[in-house]
Write a protein that binds this ligand. Structure first.
Ligand code: HEM
Length: 129
């Protein structure tokens, strides 16, 4: 699968997983993050707006509405993460919380595998220290 085919496939998951289950995923992820001192200190005091940003980004990536782009423009993820120390340790914590949230999500196993693969890949790409 080349990059274009991968992206076309990725865009089918909003429909397969549904908005509700994506919201549950991001909500559960932030619940895990809230109790993790290593990551918690990087995030703003009020986690709700940050949760909304990640949710809107993720549903857009997986083929949902373009609300993230309307509100935030181009994601520029590498640039937007540059102020935060994304070490291998931070990446493992982040992925651990996302993986827990995915495992308990009602989406089917094929969706879990694809979505986890995407987060895993992107988290490695974002490492900057
Ligand atoms: C590897 C570990 C990661 C760490 C430590 C990390 C940390 C952070 C922090 C501290 C913020 C700022 C919170 C805010 O105010 O919005 C942020 C924002 C964000 N992160 Fe991450 N992140 C990680 C991985 C990822 C991954 C894998 C994705 C996407 C798949 C992602 C997507 C985003 C998005 C979309 C935003 C909001 C950007 C904006 O519009 O300002 N992050 N991240």
């Amino acid at each position: 699968m080349d990059a274009e085919e991968y992206l076309a496939k990725a865009r089918t998951y909003y429909h397969k997983v549904g908005r509700e289950n994506f919201w549950k995923l991001i909500d559960d992820f932030y619940e895990n993050l809230r109790h993790d001192p290593l990551l918690r200190d990087m995030y703003p005091d009020d986690l709700e707006p940050a949760k909304e940003r990640l949710f809107l980004f993720v549903i857009q990536y997986f083929g949902g509405p373009q609300t993230y782009a309307e509100q935030r423009g181009h994601p520029k993820l590498k640039v937007r993460h540059a102020p935060f120390p994304i070490t291998d340790e931070a990446r493992k914590h982040w992925i651990g919380h996302m993986s827990d949230a995915i495992l308990k999500n009602p989406m089917d196993d094929e969706c879990k595998e694809f979505i986890m693969g995407y987060f895993d890949h992107t988290a490695r790409f974002l490492m900057n220290r």
